[in-house]
Design a protein around this ligand. Structure first.
Ligand code: 5AD
Ligand code: SF4
Length: 461
């Protein structure tokens, strides 16, 4: 039966995955496929998967079982992304109705995989793993947001932290040239994008293959493109975090005052067991550079509790680190053993209840810190990029340069600022997770020209 050239895609996982899907969508559209929002109408169903922690992976198999119900309707299925790379051909055994299994390091071969699918092949694999030096560069990226867009500057990972699947699912580290990144960023600025997020599993491990720019210089170069108002980068690794990154932020207004620098643990012993290749003090030295910046740079982190062998004293060091750094947000996870990783062979010595208890203590402490720390914004005037409207509360919802959610009201009768516009907001209240305020009276929202299509203006209140 010929493949109906309609597709439905569902995406799980990180921003890299979200952006990969934008590129996959663009590629499929270029190959003559049309995206549909209802899976029942699709000839091809793609499932872009994540395997970072237990639950994420279980979701895949749960969804695959649901797929089963749609068998016999002439549909084709593709499992792509991290679970695809991790499970490989086993997916065909568990779900024989799947036709394509492809990891992200193989997406550049998608057009040929689609041709094979159309020719009737039923078991097509793209499992390049760590073989390739190529990145998935495509001009056919279907960006879902016309104001804020991702650019992948480095793919894969060579760090091999003991707990992490990424080096096995995303292949080896491969950087794009500064020229190709800057061409893409300039094209986006011309299209009206004002906010660019540079992506990489270890974004600051980026090395210019053409040897022209350092990572900090690339940040500045993107930040100096006319029309670009905000540049973020994620995720940074402490091992490759250099002082000139902080200096670049201080010197370049468009670089956001936000650094996500996951520490994972506050204990040097646990960091060593995790193969993170830095100590608590080494990390704190990087924090002192950021704290010493001229700008108020928000710092966020990821943490893992219950790594094999983590003692009460180790955990206590993670808690004291929270106080020493005063993070603006922390994403904390219970350790979950992942296939293929070194940590899977370590004895998962921390009982589930203790992991849960440590996670609770960490989150409670961090919430207290955020409650105090966010109060510094009270009375400040903060520039906000508008993201959505909460009509039930009569509020506009946006994001600050520090990546904080800001809920604000506008003076009754004034025009609602369009999505993607920027305007100054006076902060009147602070919460542990967001800021609340009022648009500065009479301020005219700034909206980039190329995206200044007619907006649905609605008057609030
Ligand atoms: N168990 C728990 N958390 C993990 N992370 C990565 N691998 C694991 C794992 N096996 C967390 C890390 C990482 C974030 C994206 O997910 O904190 O920074
Ligand atoms: Fe999930 Fe990691 Fe893959 Fe992103 S890179 S989709 S977080 S497993």
């Amino acid at each position: 039966m010929p493949v109906s050239k309609t597709f439905y895609i569902e995406t799980f996982g990180c921003q890299m995955n979200a952006h990969d899907s934008e590129k996959v969508i663009g590629t499929l559209e270029h190959e003559g496929y049309t995206q549909v929002s209802d899976e029942t109408e699709a000839g091809l169903i793609l499932y872009n998967t994540c395997s970072i922690r237990d639950k994420a992976e279980q979701k895949v198999f749960h969804r695959l079982n649901e797929y089963k119900r749609m068998q016999g309707e002439g549909k084709k299925f593709a499992v792509i992304g991290c679970v695809a790379q991790q499970e490989g051909e086993r997916i065909f055994e568990r779900a024989p109705y799947v036709s394509i299994v492809a990891g992200s390091a193989s997406y550049r071969n998608l057009p040929s995989m689609l041709s094979r699918l159309e020719a009737g092949e039923s078991r097509i694999t793209g499992l390049d793993d760590r073989q390739t030096d190529e990145t998935f560069d495509t001009e056919f990226t279907a960006r879902s947001n016309p104001h804020r867009g991702y650019i992948t500057i480095i793919e894969g990972c060579d760090k091999f932290c003991a707990y992490c699947v990424v080096p096995y699912t995303r292949g080896k580290e491969r950087s794009r040239t500064s020229a190709s990144v800057l061409v893409e960023a300039r094209r986006m600025a011309d299209q009206g994008f004002t906010d660019i997020q540079l992506l990489g599993q270890n974004v600051n491990s980026w090395r210019d293959p053409s040897g022209k720019l350092s990572f900090a210089e690339l940040l500045s170069a993107v930040g100096n493109i006319t029309g670009i108002k905000r540049v973020r980068f994620t995720t940074s690794h402490p091992r490759d975090f250099t002082r000139d990154i902080v200096e670049a932020i201080d010197a370049t207004p468009a670089l956001c005052d936000h650094i996500h620098l996951p520490v994972q643990s506050g204990s040097s012993a646990v960091l060593a067991a995790m193969s993170r290749e830095y100590t608590r003090d080494w990390y704190l030295e990087r924090m002192s550079w950021i704290h010493g910046a001229k700008r108020d740079i928000s710092i966020t982190s990821d943490m893992i509790v219950g790594f094999p062998g983590e003692t009460d004293a180790d955990f206590e060091e993670t808690i004291t680190l929270l106080g020493a750094v005063r993070y603006d947000a922390v994403f904390a996870f219970k350790f979950s053993p992942r296939p293929n990783t070194p940590a899977v062979t370590m004895i998962d010595s921390i009982p589930e209840e203790l992991k849960t208890e440590r996670l609770r203590i960490l989150n409670d402490r961090q919430r207290e810190i955020q409650r105090e720390h966010y109060a510094r914004h009270l009375g400040q005037q903060v520039e906000v990029m508008v993201e959505s409207y909460n009509s039930a509360r009569g509020q506009v919802v946006g994001r600050s340069s520090q990546n904080k959610t800001v809920n604000f009201t506008i003076t009754p009768g004034e025009i609602q600022p369009p999505i993607g516009s920027y305007l100054p907001v006076h902060i009147t209240r602070t919460m542990p997770n967001c800021l609340v305020g009022e648009a500065v009276e009479g301020a005219v929202p700034f909206l980039a020209t190329a995206s200044m299509q007619p907006q649905p203006f609605v008057v609030l209140n």
